[in-house]
Ligand binder design. Structure first.
Ligand SMILES: NC(=O)c1ccc[n+]([C@@H]2O[C@H](COP(=O)([O-])OP(=O)(O)OC[C@H]3O[C@@H](n4cnc5c(N)ncnc54)[C@H](O)[C@@H]3O)[C@@H](O)[C@H]2O)c1
Length: 352
């Protein structure tokens, strides 16, 4: 049964109004079929004017999250606050019977991951996780190329994320801390790990190994955790993945995909396939003309719209939710916590 009546707009409340929250707000505010009914702000004194400009002058601004849940009349919450409050806010949303999207990561510990899972299951709300980058352009095309079988059985997937979260990045003040940013994988590596899980199509992970290091560049010296982590992932059916999460490179944001399969290869936007189309030169590359992922270092509202359209279609018409569904993200977080444990202990970690 659809979660939301198609005859009424989806009443959306927002938690957090930073870079991500503003993108969520601008997207929901311009979408037919949705209205914003309240905003929880961590800094109402600083953000109230901006919130009124984006969401409308009559939208109430709350400095208390629970009050917003109780009073705003929302059906749905976009949780875009800092990492250390995501789990509690997701659980509270579920307890109030509100569907929600939580920005990545869902939480910072395996215990909280299970607690959010239990709250979602027992309340029956629908939950989504903020991986908008798989809903358009290069990464969507890559996932769909695998789904169509153009690479055959992918036995090796290397997904590498290189970014520089130095003091010039607005999020640096909290991203660098163990309390809020927590680890390279939780801050950014969850994106390439999610990509790996999506191209491996839900096959269970058997075992991971991981190693972490950091740059010698002084720009990143105040990070409270190792900024670069390389993870080796063995799937239960024997296939292999490698995920790099590098927050201390000096280049512009760069995402690298290398997928090797039994019928072809895909590297970034180049694809070679023996089965894609008859008549193609099987020794040559085809170029995927598609929006590059490499403009995603700074998020903009247009990047969120395809994901939000799918959320609306899921809530109103029970349409499937690819790429950002809670179950897939839950599995990815289990693997992520195993990777972080492997990096911390220097030992391989098996997943039950
Ligand atoms: N899906 C994506 O691609 C994507 C992109 C960016 C952020 N995110 C996620 O969204 C969430 C929020 O990140 P963000 O980039 O919006 O963070 P942000 O730093 O822009 O803002 C986050 C919150 O921190 C508050 N804040 C900002 N400066 C503050 C200060 N000086 N003192 C106290 N509070 C302050 C803001 O009010 C806001 O509510 C995080 O979970 C992040 O990982 C996801």
């Amino acid at each position: 049964m659809p979660a939301i009546d198609v005859n009424h707009p989806l009443r959306v409340a927002l938690a957090g109004f930073g870079q991500a929250g503003r993108c969520h707000a601008e997207t929901w505010a311009t979408m037919p079929g949705a209205i914003i009914t309240g905003v929880y702000s961590l800094r109402p004194d600083v953000e109230a004017t901006d919130i009124a400009n984006v969401c409308g002058p009559h939208v109430p601004v709350y400095s208390d999250y629970e009050r917003m849940l109780a009073e705003s009349g929302c059906d749905f919450v976009s949780i875009c606050t800092l990492h250390d409050t995501h789990a509690a806010e997701a659980i509270a949303a579920a307890k109030h019977g509100k569907h929600f999207i939580v920005e990545k990561p869902i939480c910072l510990t395996p215990e909280d991951l299970l607690a959010v899972r239990r709250a979602v299951d027992s309340s029956g709300v629908r939950a989504f996780v903020g991986f908008q980058e798989f809903h358009y352009g290069q990464l969507q095309a890559t996932i769909e190329a695998v789904d169509k079988g153009w690479l055959g059985r992918v036995h090796l997937a290397e997904i590498d994320y290189y970014n520089g979260i130095g003091p010039w990045v607005p999020q640096h003040w909290w991203a660098r801390t163990r309390k809020i940013g927590r680890s390279s994988m939780l801050f950014c590596g969850c994106h390439p790990l999610m990509m790996l899980m999506l191209v491996m199509k839900g096959v269970k992970v058997a075992e991971v190994e991981a190693f972490a290091t950091k740059t010698a560049a002084p720009d990143f010296a105040d990070f409270e955790y190792p900024t670069t982590q390389v993870n080796l992932i063995r799937f239960a059916d024997g296939r292999l993945g490698k995920v790099t999460s590098c927050l201390d490179s000096l280049n512009p944001y760069y995402w690298r995909n290398t997928l090797i399969g039994s019928e072809g290869t895909l590297i970034d936007t180049k694809i070679m396939s023996r089965v894609m189309l008859p008549g193609l030169d099987t020794k040559g590359w085809q170029q995927l003309a598609t929006r590059s992922i490499n403009d995603a270092g700074t998020v903009t509202p247009d990047m969120f719209r395809p994901m939000f359209e799918r959320i609306l279609a899921n809530l109103r018409h029970d349409e499937p939710m690819p790429y950002s569904g809670f179950n897939a993200a839950f599995e990815m977080h289990r693997v992520l916590f195993a990777c972080d444990e492997a990096a911390r202990t220097g030992r391989p970690v098996s997943l039950p």
